[in-house]
Design a protein around this ligand. Structure first.
Ligand SMILES: Cc1ncc(COP(=O)(O)O)c(C=O)c1O
Length: 431
């Protein structure tokens, strides 16, 4: 018994030895120096210090043969996160039911605390999920709604969420009330009025995409949540593109539900996300995967999905450390700088029509634009040619009458990448 206890103790120490920061330093000394140097500058000054950001770029072992401009889809992980993933998987595979269930699980509570601190909510309100789709489908399918109840959402919201709401409409005869968002828009009052005009006495829920994935359009979510709250309307926020890209806290938004993917702007492992549910609403939300007490007010009732990739989740810790080492203010300033730089390069072309607002209050680093005289098919071909002829990976915008190309830089993007991308786009337009 004593020998067994000693063995478990040794294991616990060994597991704790996979310390996040210790390992980070071993692999990321250049990044640590760059981060330290950035701390001596204001975020704005740091945003255009190409030398420092080039050091941070080295932390990402991405292909140097492709200019990766689709972190809005999925971001690559920095080396420290890749290493952590490998370590956690190796550890689990020493014997999963022992090493994963007993040892790794002990590291989950500190990870949750770290994630909650980053998100700006209580630990008891946060559930680790695989992605935004899973997080928000839990909400959309789990809300108590009756036939005739109204849900307000935008035609430009993300397809998976729109599909989930439409399924709910078919299943329960709820009524979906659609708004059309003018994009680009830097008129916060107009955006607010659009939602306000859609609210009726029957409105129970409003679905809000914090930063629109097609255009980068940012909504005044905090104001909209306040407006909804005054009318007893519950708020579901899709934060796939705001989380870890811009500096805000979930509890500042004062929304009821929030979902995001951590594999986008946090550079966390693929298939990681989070769900926030306001504490007072947990007991009323049905879990997607049934648990013994569906009326429980414990956030853990949303984690009844069975065996899942715990090593993957554990490596979120390293992604947070990496993210915090740069610092959200510096990251946001850099991303905004890159967006501005790129938008300036292309926006004066007579055939380019920007879909992304210029005003930083209504945009982030996603840049989307349409090209006059093109069809969706032409855009598909251009995005294909960007990759095949110029090694630039961008993405296609094609939803709710929005058409164009989207470019999403990241902290590993440098100005040369954006020069090459803009020159390639202009060459393709003029060819
Ligand atoms: C606004 C928005 N919501 C939800 C999602 C779904 O994210 P995931 O595929 O990680 O579930 C995306 C993905 O791009 C998105 O952009």
């Amino acid at each position: 018994m004593q020998a067994r206890r000693n063995f478990l103790k040794r294991m616990a120490i060994a597991t704790a030895g996979f310390s996040i920061l210790g390992h980070f330093k071993a692999n990321g000394a250049g990044v640590a120096d760059a981060s330290h140097a950035l701390q001596q500058l204001t975020p704005e000054q740091g945003s255009y210090n190409e030398d420092l950001w080039n050091q941070i770029r080295l932390a990402y072992p991405i292909s140097r043969g492709v200019i990766y401009l689709n972190s809005g889809g999925v971001s690559p992980h920095p080396k420290v996160v890749q290493d952590a993933l490998f370590r956690y998987h190796q550890l689990a595979n020493l014997g999963p039911s022992l090493y994963m269930n007993r040892h790794l699980k002990k590291e989950v509570p500190p990870l949750r605390r770290k994630l909650a601190a980053l998100a700006g909510c209580q630990v008891e309100e946060l559930s680790i999920k695989r992605n935004t789709t899973e997080a928000l489908t839990t909400v959309i399918m789990g809300l108590n709604l009756q036939a005739g109840d109204e849900v307000v959402l935008a035609r430009q919201d993300y397809p998976n969420m729109v599909h989930a709401w439409k399924q709910r409409e078919k299943r329960d005869n709820i009524t979906l009330v659609w708004v059309d968002l003018p994009m680009p828009s830097d008129d916060g009052q107009q955006l607010i009025e659009i939602y306000k005009n859609a609210f009726t006495r029957k409105t129970k829920v409003v679905h809000l995409t914090h930063v629109n994935n097609w255009t980068g359009q940012m909504l005044p979510v905090k104001d909209l949540c306040r407006l909804a709250k005054e009318r007893n309307i519950q708020t579901v926020v899709d934060g796939a593109h705001s989380f870890a890209q811009i500096n805000f806290r979930i509890d500042d938004l004062d929304c009821d539900y929030f979902g995001t993917s951590l594999h986008k702007w946090l550079s966390a492992p693929l298939g990681t996300g989070l769900l926030y549910v306001r504490k007072s609403l947990i007991s009323q939300l049905w879990p997607l995967y049934a648990t013994a007490d569906p009326y429980s007010d414990s956030i853990y009732k949303f984690e009844g999905q069975g065996t899942h990739d715990l090593p993957n989740e554990m490596a979120i810790g390293e992604a947070i450390t990496f993210h915090e080492m740069i610092g959200i203010d510096r990251k946001e300033a850099r991303l905004r700088y890159l967006k501005k730089y790129f938008a300036k390069k292309i926006s004066s072309h007579p055939r380019i029509k920007m879909l992304t607002p210029e005003d930083p209050q209504f945009s982030t680093c996603l840049v989307s634009f349409d090209i006059d005289g093109t069809t969706n098919k032409d855009i598909d071909m251009m995005v294909r040619d960007l990759l095949l002829k110029y090694n630039v990976l961008a993405s296609i915008v094609n939803w709710a009458e929005l058409k164009g190309i989207r470019v999403t830089p990241n902290v590993f993007t440098n100005l040369k990448d954006l020069d090459q991308c803009s020159e390639a786009i202009i060459e393709l337009i003029e060819s």
